[in-house]
Every structure is written in C-alpha cells, then in structure tokens.
Design a protein around this ligand. Structure first.
Ligand SMILES: Cc1cc2nc3c(=O)[nH]c(=O)nc-3n(C[C@H](O)[C@H](O)[C@H](O)COP(=O)(O)OP(=O)(O)OC[C@H]3O[C@@H](n4cnc5c(N)ncnc54)[C@H](O)[C@@H]3O)c2cc1C
Length: 406
C-alpha cells in the first residue's frame, strides 16, 4: 500500500511518523476540520525509498516482536488488555497544583517534571494548541518545566505527534515522548529503524485511549453551546479538578463550559466523530510504553481532586518511577483486577467494539490491520456490538450534518 492508499482506506492513525521520518522531507501533515492531520506526499521530493511505510503502524503490529515488549514481559505477567507490567499503582502528583490542573492526577506532568529535574531527560515531546487554529493541536518539544506544565491536560483531538521526531533526530539529547497508544506504536517502529531514536527517546509515557476525536467533534460541541468554531480562541478539554470539563472561549472572551462525561464519555454524537482507525485499534492502555497512565475510574476515588492509573512496564520505567516516588508522585499499590475494573469502558471499546468493527470491515472486503496474538475472533455478541456501533455512527453523523452543518 502507498501512503495515499492508507489514507483513502481510512487506515491512517495520524501519528505523524511518516512525516517525522521521511529522509527527503517529502511528507507533510495537512490539517482539516473534518479529519485532523493527514499525510500529503510531494511527488517531486519523494524518492520511493519506503522509509515512511517501514515506520507506519497502520497495518497493525506484532506487539510480542518488539524488543520493548519482550524486555518488559520477561518475568512479568502480561494478561490480555492490561499488557505487560512490572508494577501497578493508583497515584497523583504530590504537588497539589499539578494534580488539580492535570487531566486526572497530573501524573504525566509530574513524571516529566521529575525526569527533567533529575536530568534523566533534556526535553519532552508534548501537545499544545496550534497558533493557527484553536481546534488544531500540534506537537511541541518542551525544554523547560514551565513549557511542560503549560501542555498538561488531555486534548480529545487529533495530533500528529511523531512529526516532532524530526527535531529529536536533528538535535541530540535525551527525550521523553508522551503519547497515545498509536503514537507509542509509531515511536517503537521508528526506534527499531533508527538507532539515534532508540538512544535519544529514553522515556515513552503512554496515555490510555478508548478513542480520539476528529476536530469537528469539538466544533460540534461549540455549535451545541451556541458558539461558532471559527470564533474560538481557547479550548480546554479537561481539568481543573477531576474529571473537570470542556471550556471553550471565543476571541471576544465569551466562555461556555460542559462537564466531562456530558460532552465526551456519555455523548453519542461526539463518539460518532471518532476517526475510523481508532475503532480498529486494540491497544487501549499503550502496551509498548515504559509507563502508561490513565484515569482511575473507581468509586473509591470519586470526589477526590484526581487519581491516575499507573502501569509501570519496563525496567527503565520502573527505575524512574522508584526515583520519583514521594517527591513527585504519591502512589498507592494497585492490583490487576481493580486496574482492569477502572477501565471497564475502554476494555469494552478495545475488545468487543474492536472485534465487531474488524469483523464488519472484513465482511465488506476492506483491508483490516493485523495484530498477531490478540484475540480478534468476533463472537456473535461482538458482531452485534459492532453493528450497533456502526449504525449509531452513521445516524449521529447524519444528524450532526443536518442540525449543525458539520
Ligand atoms: C484522546 C484521549 C483518549 C483517552 N482515553 C482514555 C480512556 O479511555 N481511559 C482512561 O482512563 N484515560 C483516557 N485518557 C487519558 C486521560 O484523559 C489522561 O490523559 C490521563 O489520565 C493522564 O492524566 P494526567 O493528569 O496524568 O496527565 P497530565 O499531567 O494532565 O498530562 C497530560 C499529558 O498528555 C499529553 N496529551 C494530551 N492530549 C494528548 C493527545 N491527544 N495526544 C498525545 N498526547 C496528549 C499532554 O501533552 C500532557 O503531557 C485519554 C486521553 C486522550 C487524550
């Protein structure tokens, strides 16, 4: 397949690896409100070297074949869905402000700040809103504690994060990369291909992900709150506090807010604007990361300022976690059953919906990504879930088009 075919088949994860790794600068990521960031290849510059395709995670991945997975898995349990782990924790940033302002417990930011202070890293690849459009998110290589803190919070929007690997290649140093499972998959493929990336990206911090959203999902939220997407100046998806909410601010200072579950988790219309490839991805908990973090959705933490799940997967992750514990992180030991319980909904998405949608796509004669070793055989109940999900997507998209012009 070519990059163009990957895009037209709806298989592109928008991770940005192809643009980040093309040695000829022939691939660039172009943004649209409808789809987010998709690669565009300059036929003049392209030398057909295949570098872009060699690092593309769109066709699927054998997790067990990556060196990181094997190293993490050696002597460690690796149940389905949870992935390999060395230790499991519930935790939050010891600094109260970082915890309060973070998406869940502020753990991702606390780990980065701790690693920077500890000189384990010189910089971190994170996400910030683009200067050109409030609904476009872009990667940013943060080199100071202030810059890292400014990029905290979840962005339920597409980000071609791995374009920043260009800067990692251009400027030696030790980097962390914070990314969704698709970004971490791309990173691991890129590290397999380029030794400089293997040496320089010393920390892969994975963010759990049930699904991401096309930029027009935020545009829909804006229209439903009576705002024009083009008038937006500032968008915040999570925090302060837990679980926080969506806050939209226009250029003239008008502010509209909606609590988190209403516009994201419980909103079928928002879910309809999930990029097609998200529904074909089984990796909810960033299995290839050194440390993965998510929300600790458990009754016992309800009403708190914010608590994160932490899955420490690799020896490098374990060593860093030990060094940062107490000064930067407050940690409570967790068990695998409770950790899984905290991700019930993501599990449903990444197993039942995933199997159902893979089955539907296969039936339609379209290419499906391949994940050897994962339980992809759809049972009747998975097929029904897949059919309901697909029907809901079509209906909700139609309604959004008719009622909100999106
Ligand atoms: C699209 C998406 C889907 C998610 N789905 C789930 C889920 O199903 N279950 C669950 O428990 N948690 C999910 N999360 C994770 C959750 O929202 C928090 O990000 C996570 O708990 C970390 O919180 P924190 O307070 O430790 O992070 P913070 O300290 O607030 O830092 C967040 C870090 O994540 C980075 N980041 C934010 N958005 C993105 C993005 N789109 N792509 C790459 N990096 C980003 C930021 O640069 C920042 O460094 C999802 C997050 C996103 C962005």
């Amino acid at each position: 397949m070519t990059v163009e075919q990957i895009v037209s088949e709806g298989l592109c994860m928008e991770c940005g690896n192809c643009a980040g790794l093309c040695p000829h600068g022939a691939v660039e990521m172009r943004w649209s409100l409808a789809r987010g960031w998709l690669p565009w290849v300059s036929q003049e510059r392209c030398k057909d070297c295949g570098a872009c395709l060699a690092v593309c995670p769109a066709g699927g991945l054998d997790f067990g074949k990556t060196a990181w997975w094997r190293a993490a898995n050696e002597g460690a349990p690796a149940p389905d869905f949870l992935g390999p782990w060395r230790s499991l924790w519930f935790g939050w940033a010891t600094d109260e402000e970082i915890r309060y302002q973070g998406a869940s417990g502020g753990v991702a930011t606390a780990i980065l700040l701790g690693a920077l202070a500890d000189r384990a890293i010189d910089a971190a690849v994170v996400v910030r809103p683009s200067q050109s459009h409030a609904l476009a998110m872009e990667p940013f290589v943060a080199r100071s504690a202030e810059q890292i803190a400014a990029c905290r919070g979840s962005k339920y929007n597409m980000v071609a994060l791995n374009v920043a690997l260009r800067e990692v290649l251009a400027r030696p140093g030790r980097y962390a990369l914070v990314g969704l499972p698709c970004h971490i998959q791309g990173l691991r493929l890129a590290q397999r291909r380029d030794r400089r990336l293997a040496e320089r990206v010393v920390l892969a911090l994975g963010i759990f992900c049930g699904w991401s959203a096309e930029p027009r999902a935020t545009a829909l939220a804006a229209r439903r709150l009576g705002l024009e997407p083009g008038d937006l100046a500032d968008v915040r998806y999570r925090g302060p506090g837990w679980p926080g909410g969506l806050r939209l601010q226009t250029k003239v200072g008008l502010v509209r807010e909606r609590p988190y579950p209403d516009y994201y988790d419980d909103d079928r219309a928002m879910r309809a604007f999930t990029p097609p490839r998200c529904r074909l991805c089984p990796d909810g908990l960033a299995e290839l990361a050194d440390i993965s973090v998510g929300d600790a959705w458990l009754e016992r933490f309800q009403g708190s300022v914010g608590v994160s799940d932490l899955i420490v997967r690799t020896p490098a992750g374990e060593a860093l976690n030990k060094r940062l514990a107490s000064e930067y992180l407050t940690l409570v030991p967790a068990g695998p059953c409770e950790m899984l319980r905290s991700q019930r909904e993501t599990h449903e998405l990444k197993r039942k919906v995933w199997r159902g949608r893979m089955w539907l796509r296969d039936r339609a004669g379209r290419t499906v990504p391949v994940y050897p070793g994962l339980p992809d055989r759809a049972q009747l109940s998975d097929k029904l879930v897949g059919l309901r999900d697909a029907a809901d997507e079509v209906v909700q998209r139609k309604v959004a088009a008719l009622r909100f012009g999106l």
